[in-house]
Design a binder for this molecule. Sequence first.
Ligand code: HEC
Ligand code: HEC
Ligand code: HEC
Ligand code: HEC
Ligand code: HEC
Ligand code: HEC
Ligand code: HEC
Ligand code: HEC
Ligand code: HEC
Length: 363
Amino acid sequence: MNTKTARMTLLLGLLAGTTAWAAAAAPTPVPKTRKNDLTPLPAAGNPPVTHAPFESGECDLCHKSADPKAPGPITKPVNDLCFDCHDDMRQVLARKSVHVAAQKSCVNCHNPHNAKRKFLLVEKVPGLCMSCHEAIRTIATQSAVKHDALTTGASCLNCHNPHGASVEHLLIQLPFNLCLSCHGKDGVLDHDGKKLTNMKKLLDENPQWHGPVAAQDCTVCHNPHGYKNFRLLNHKYPRTFYSAYDPKLYALCFECHDPDIVAEPVTTTLTGFRDGNRNLHYLHVNKPVRGRTCRACHEVHASKQDHQIRDGVPYGSTGWILKLHYTKTATGGSCAKTCHGKKTYNNRDTGLAKNGPGAAKKN
Ligand code: HEC
Ligand code: HEC
Ligand code: HEC
Ligand code: HEC
Ligand code: HEC
Ligand code: HEC
Ligand code: HEC
Ligand code: HEC
Ligand code: HEC
């Protein structure tokens, strides 16, 4: 696939709103109901939460008979009963994204009489949610990289409305805004105690947003529930500054970009990062040891310069920033006082590079 078709496929994919991981997720059928024991808890046990109509003792508000010893069946379908008094829930269930579990039956999650948990819930969130969403349970609890968004605050309800929402997937806000609501502050620590970038600040200060970030699509690259890869990434990407080259390690980038940009030592077409026909992507990245990973030069969220070139990169374990001093020129660009002295590349020139691995390995 050449760069153009790769980009076309990608842009079409972005337009269609398809995300690679969602497509790859195994379609485990989610049960529409769960078995709950709805028998009223004995008053003697002082159940902490009681539903007002039950407390009133008028069983016939919902059941055929007023006799608490034999109230008989309920008078209409459960949800219609609930809507009689909770009229506002009708509107919530008319939103664009509706929870099948709520549509099916309110008593999937609520005890109509009394309960040990607030909001008359039959089980606490997230256990309640995971009891039907086994695939999410697996990914959230068994992934090597876990996301504290699921275990802090309101858990699943940090992001989802249990009944209905105007954003797809029952989200309480657009995913982009959701992510930034927590990742828009300093001092959020990962599980190794490393400070995570304040993404809102980064985006505010760096006008060149990477394609999918400009499309406000964080989940095209990150799994919000947890995942096996570094930084919850949906596909592999090295975690280090240097890495032996293997295209599989860059599966994330190559979902959308042409892997040939780093595969061919010599080219006059595949990449703009070349000096004459010498492929500088190949030169920097494609090495059996100490190949530079993309992060050495690119900031994948947003940058000040063209081509997602970053100003500097944290180098070593102290967090010291190595400045890149990249300058874009009419015929390519240059880097100064970085890993090497000032070097300039010319990608207008299509002649043979005079030396270097590019020229030597041409086949
Ligand atoms: C707000 C409506 C409402 C009120 C008031 C109400 N119930 Fe119920 N009750 C329900 C619903 C809904 C079910 C579940 C019925 C079903 O799924 O078919 C139920 C089921 C039951 C069950 C069966 C439990 C089970 O797991 O099958 C008992 C027993 C019961 N109610 C007793 C009572 C008694 C006693 C009262 C009055 C003190 C009462 N209910 C008042 C709505 C109500
Ligand atoms: C006869 C009227 C009536 C019916 C029918 C009714 N409710 Fe309620 N419900 C109430 C009232 C009154 C409250 C208390 C409202 C408040 O505190 O703001 C309430 C509160 C609740 C709460 C919140 C409890 C809390 O801790 O804040 C939930 C959840 C709830 N109802 C669920 C249901 C479900 C599910 C059904 C159908 C099975 C149902 N209700 C049917 C009148 C009703
Ligand atoms: C999938 C589980 C689930 C189902 C099904 C469900 N609810 Fe809830 N409901 C919840 C949870 C969780 C909360 C607590 C929300 C919170 O903490 O903000 C809640 C809260 C409520 C409340 C009180 C707070 C509020 O949002 O107004 C009412 C009333 C309520 N539900 C009614 C209903 C009715 C009526 C139905 C059926 C149409 C229903 N629920 C179906 C999970 C559910
Ligand atoms: C009784 C089982 C059950 C419970 C409990 C339950 N769900 Fe669901 N949920 C479903 C079903 C069924 C679907 C529809 C699945 C499908 O279409 O593949 C669904 C769909 C969803 C969706 C996807 C909606 C979409 O449009 O993509 C989300 C998000 C979700 N549930 C979140 C939750 C959360 C959060 C909780 C806990 C508050 C919860 N669920 C509890 C059964 C349940
Ligand atoms: C940090 C925010 C966040 C939290 C917390 C969260 N989700 Fe989600 N969830 C999302 C987003 C965003 C999507 C849509 C993913 C996409 O766009 O591809 C989603 C999608 C889903 C879906 C539908 C797609 C699928 O993978 O089946 C289900 C079901 C779901 N979430 C359940 C849950 C449950 C259950 C919990 C709690 C254990 C939870 N979520 C916690 C953000 C979150
Ligand atoms: C409710 C707050 C909250 C929301 C919403 C939230 N996050 Fe997080 N996120 C956290 C916290 C806290 C951490 C640090 C602890 C950890 O790593 O889980 C974190 C960590 C991360 C990490 C680093 C994980 C690691 O350990 O390597 C990534 C990547 C991330 N979040 C992406 C997202 C994306 C994308 C979204 C939106 C879909 C999002 N977050 C929404 C709270 C949140
Ligand atoms: C094109 C894929 C892609 C998109 C889109 C994307 N990210 Fe990332 N994200 C990454 C990669 C790759 C890393 C690891 C960067 C590194 O370590 O050099 C990362 C790292 C992170 C981190 C950890 C930052 C740190 O300090 O180590 C957070 C938090 C995060 N992303 C949140 C987001 C949010 C929020 C969005 C949406 C605004 C988003 N990402 C969109 C690929 C992406
Ligand atoms: C040593 C620095 C460096 C490294 C490492 C690097 N790039 Fe680049 N990249 C550049 C420069 C400089 C440009 C801009 C070239 C120009 O002037 O057009 C660029 C351009 C690009 C482009 C635009 C298309 C093109 O090839 O001109 C893509 C896509 C890209 N890089 C992806 C990657 C990926 C994926 C990785 C990791 C596998 C990577 N880059 C590693 C410096 C680097
Ligand atoms: C979901 C698709 C997607 C993923 C994944 C992705 N990109 Fe991009 N990238 C784009 C889009 C869209 C653009 C903007 C259109 C273009 O110029 O190709 C872009 C642009 C770029 C550019 C600037 C190109 C230029 O000529 O200015 C660089 C550099 C880049 N991406 C690097 C990366 C790196 C490194 C990764 C992996 C960490 C990555 N991308 C992952 C979609 C993606």
